[in-house]
Design a protein around this ligand. Sequence first.
Ligand SMILES: [Zn+2]
Length: 314
Amino acid sequence: MISLTFKRASFISSCAGAALFLALHGAAAQDKDTLTPQQPPPLANAEDPATPAKELFGRKTVPALLASRTIGGYSKGCLAGAKALPINGKTWQVMRLSRNRNWGHPNLVQFLERLANQSPKTGWRGLLVGDMSQPRGGPMRTGHASHQVGLDADIWLTPMPERQLTRAEREELSATMVVAPDRLDVDPNIWTPAHLNVIKAAAQDTQVSRIFVNAAIKKALCRDAAQDRTWLSKVRPWWGHDYHFHVRLNCPADSPDCTPQAPPEHNDGCGGDLDHWFSDEVLHPKPSPIPPKVKPPMRMAELPAACRQVLVAP
Ligand SMILES: [Zn+2]
């Protein structure tokens, strides 16, 4: 199914930092891309310290030829020696190839292959993989505040079709919205036990630190989970994430300069913990009379110093 009903020049993913975006634009749709994306023009002032880091990292098309390691934090860092997730596997396909974001720390690539191989046993045919990181990580020119260190991946809430998708389909195909129009629960016509199974399988992987899903999805997981509920603590509600779920891995052993995420709380995060997400102020935010402050883009000086080497490495 290819839907051409909406198209945007740039896409904004609703990962961390989505509140501002949602306040400005409403819920992020499943943004499309094109087979012939416009390449950014060469930078005239790459050495200027005022140049946003996203303009530098966003122009790197190949990984840094260095040992693989993650440097800095999920939303303020970069990635040396990235590996690509192959665009086709028996049980996965990479989407939006024009973005060149199927890069990650080897742990992320291995995790995705592991989860994909396991998927059919859970009733989910295979994974459609969205954004991972840029070839050298770092901030992106469009979308995502996080996904900077090769440890984050978006997985569509649409199972892989039986056939191999064409390049054009991978740009144009829409993922499936699983949240009901009233945002209070999942859409019962779309949500299946396999949705829970694939998210649970990801959460049970020992390398996974967090999974972000829409609050309505978390509510459904809380309701449908059987006795074993320990995995639920890793699955956290966040804005957006109604077409995909976002998996975040722990810092790899080979990366002493990786800033870890705080460990998840021990509770399952169900019940009253979710009430706030379904309050009127969250579901129907009032437009603010003062325009929200837009943070200036990150400069190289704000990233770990080692990211400079990642940027200039061959
Ligand atoms: Zn994400």
